[in-house]
Design a binder for this molecule. Structure first.
Ligand SMILES: Nc1ncnc2c1ncn2[C@@H]1O[C@H](COP(=O)(O)OS(=O)(=O)O)[C@@H](OP(=O)(O)O)[C@H]1O
Ligand SMILES: Nc1ncnc2c1ncn2[C@@H]1O[C@H](COP(=O)(O)OP(=O)(O)O)[C@@H](O)[C@H]1O
Length: 213
């Protein structure tokens, strides 16, 4: 894909700050970036966490591989180049949501370390507003689950470049959190994530919302 450089464009500063939007929402905008093999549990955990956060009065938005590939990224396939562009666009979208004050739950295989690191670098507050969640299961377990029957198709040669089968997955070197979804229950995973969000001041303690500065 040819890269087009923007020329003669200038950033236009508004008069409402991110801190003010955070205060309005009673939370701090942040991205939880779920990465892992297809079938590892990224979407399942994100959906469960979204439900609890919403019940606690927080504004979240889920960005999910399959959904995004039906819309904004429907022109992209699964070559390394297209995956990089997929992740780049999602990173930019996540950044906008974070600037709005939203807690983004983003679930993409995102198999390349460099692509994920680029998204981290995009986030203003670095390690405070980008949380890499490695949903870690052995390939055998993901393949045993095979929730969409895609591993079966990949093994049969009907899908090429399938992550874990004939395409690489580069595990994160320093994720903020690892969820071993073969060994942990969904409830345990959600509890750990809530604790992390509380520790970072993204949400308040269970009793109420955080008054973000
Ligand atoms: N070749 C190949 N490799 C991996 N996954 C594939 C492939 N082809 C289709 N799918 C389905 O698309 C989902 C992955 O899309 P992503 O946007 O998350 O992929 S990536 O981050 O750009 O690598 C992935 O969704 P999840 O199962 O939710 O992870 C699959 O359902
Ligand atoms: N502890 C767990 N956490 C998340 N998913 C789990 C867990 N145990 C079993 N599963 C199952 O694994 C599958 C994961 O599928 P999915 O969430 O679509 O994965 P992904 O989004 O990573 O492709 C689901 O069928 C889910 O019910």
């Amino acid at each position: 894909m040819a890269e087009q450089k923007a020329t003669n464009v200038h950033w236009h500063e508004g008069e409402v700050t991110r801190a003010e939007r955070n205060r309005l929402l009673g939370q701090k905008g942040a991205t939880l970036w779920f990465t892992g093999l297809s079938g590892s549990g990224k979407s399942t955990v994100a959906v469960a966490l979204e439900k609890v956060l919403t019940e606690r009065g927080h504004l979240t938005y889920r960005l999910d591989g399959d959904n995004v590939r039906m819309g904004i990224n429907k022109n992209l396939g699964f070559s390394a180049e297209d995956r990089a562009e997929n992740i780049r666009r999602i990173g930019e979208v996540a950044k906008l949501f974070v600037d709005t004050g939203v807690i983004v739950l983003s679930s993409f295989v995102s198999p390349y370390r460099e692509d994920r690191d680029n998204v981290r670098a995009l986030h203003e507050a670095g390690d405070m507003d980008f949380i890499e969640v490695f949903v870690d299961v052995p390939l055998e377990e993901a393949e045993r689950r095979d929730p969409k029957g895609l591993y079966k198709k990949a093994r049969a040669g009907e899908i090429k470049n399938f992550t874990g089968i004939d395409d690489p997955y580069e595990p994160p070197l320093k994720p903020e959190i690892v969820l071993k979804s073969q060994e942990m229950s969904l409830e345990e995973e959600v509890t750990l994530l809530l604790e992390l969000l509380e520790q970072r001041g993204i949400i308040g303690q269970a009793s109420g919302k955080v008054v973000a500065s």
